[in-house]
Write a protein that binds this ligand. Structure first.
Ligand SMILES: *[C@@H]1O[C@H](CO)[C@@H](O)[C@H](O)[C@H]1NC(C)=O
Ligand SMILES: *[C@@H]1O[C@H](CO)[C@@H](O)[C@H](O)[C@H]1NC(C)=O
Ligand SMILES: *[C@@H]1O[C@H](CO)[C@@H](O)[C@H](O)[C@H]1NC(C)=O
Length: 348
């Protein structure tokens, strides 16, 4: 040392490196936030023709005028969708084209240039949802009855209603029940992609298995994030025995929409002779934990999923069809050295 400029350069380099690490951490944090944050306005992202309604008043008040951002154009389009008639058979809906996780709805009344005769909003409404646009479910409250949402009390204030539980759906429909002056409204739907990691969100006791090797390899060690703790917990769940009667499962508490599974082998074994992973497996699902269905292939045979080829690389398998289930089970068929696996389930 003794060379001041070299020392300065070194300090500067260190400073830049620390700055770089800090910036990287901010980016990682923001990405994590973005994934857990389910607050996108979904209707903003759909095209006009994906907004439809039971009817509309005229060409100036078509369903696409229901965007929250709609404002009236003098002599032209209106600042809301308006139904063709005021009765309880009217509705407006958006098609998101793919399944979304939906947590709430936002509504507004009709924005108008002149207040005479155009002060209109929806006071109460129901919310319906569908996967195919044919079969519809109504959002229900704790009592099990269709929930009546309190909508607007003026033309331009956004009112947000959270759903009692998040739902997964491709279509969301609003069915006005009562209105002020005329059935006119704007709306959006709050949600996000249906691509969460469901096992991440469950508690350890909701992960169970046919058996486990020892206290260091219990079912909850099957989290994708599990890593070996030296002298302690193992970096996977391991079955007690290597046979085809073994399984590991997660309970999600309520039925979820499920699109796929991600698997990894056992973390933390350096001896190449004893590394462990599951090579092939079946996927089963259930709504009560008692009656199980196996995911089938196109020929109606139990689908054999191709799993891992090393310890730590996540392998994603999408299901041939999304399914609705509260429990998902992985049943290993073949394995490398020992039946050890980590997994998660993609859905919402
Ligand atoms: C509404 O639009 C349709 C299709 O663009 C058109 O045929 C019809 O004449 C319009 N109606 C009125 C009242 O302008
Ligand atoms: C709708 O989804 C399909 C795939 O399922 C895609 O091919 C198509 O481009 C999507 N359309 C729109 C309007 O996003
Ligand atoms: C495993 O854990 C149970 C319950 O905590 C305990 O009773 C048992 O002694 C443990 N087994 C071993 C081998 O440490």
């Amino acid at each position: 040392m003794g060379d001041a400029s070299a020392s300065y350069g070194c300090a500067k380099y260190l400073e830049m490196t620390l700055l770089g690490i800090a910036m990287l951490l901010v980016v990682v944090y923001q990405q994590t936030e973005a994934q857990s944050d389910c607050s996108t306005k979904l209707v903003e992202g759909v095209s006009n023709d994906m907004m439809t309604a039971s009817s509309y008043y005229d060409n100036h008040s078509k369903p696409y005028r229901a965007r929250l951002s709609a404002v009236p154009v003098p002599g032209g389009v209106h600042g809301a969708w308006s139904a063709g008639k005021n009765n309880q058979y009217q509705w407006i809906q958006a098609d998101f084209n793919v399944t979304k996780k939906i947590v709430g709805v936002v509504t507004k009344g009709r924005d108008a240039i002149s207040d005479s005769g155009t002060i209109q909003w929806v006071k109460t409404f129901k919310v319906l949802y569908s996967d195919d646009g044919q079969a519809w479910e109504t959002v229900k409250g704790e009592s099990g009855d269709a929930m009546v949402f309190n909508g607007n009390t003026d033309q331009n204030t956004e009112v947000t209603n959270n759903l009692p539980q998040p739902i997964s759906a491709r279509f969301l429909r609003i069915k006005p029940l009562t209105w002020h002056a005329y059935m006119s409204m704007r709306f959006d739907v709050i949600g996000c992609e249906c691509s969460g990691m469901l096992v991440e969100g469950v508690s350890n006791d909701m992960m169970t298995a046919s058996s486990y090797y020892d206290n260091h390899s219990k079912p909850y060690r099957a989290r994708l994030s599990a890593v070996k703790i030296p002298g302690g917990l193992h970096g996977a769940w391991s079955a007690k025995k290597n046979n085809q009667q073994q399984w590991i499962q997660s309970d999600f508490g309520v039925a979820k929409k499920i699109f796929g599974v991600v698997t990894k082998g056992r973390n933390g074994i350096s001896d190449s002779g004893t590394k462990q992973w599951v090579k092939t497996f079946n996927v089963l699902y259930s709504n009560d934990g008692l009656v199980w269905e196996t995911v089938k292939d196109a020929d109606d045979n139990d689908l054999v999923f191709i799993g891992n080829t090393d310890q730590d690389t996540p392998v994603t398998n999408m299901l041939p069809q999304p399914l609705n289930a509260r429990f998902l089970r992985i049943k290993p068929l073949t394995w490398h050295r020992y039946m050890s696996i980590r997994f998660d389930v993609i859905g919402c």
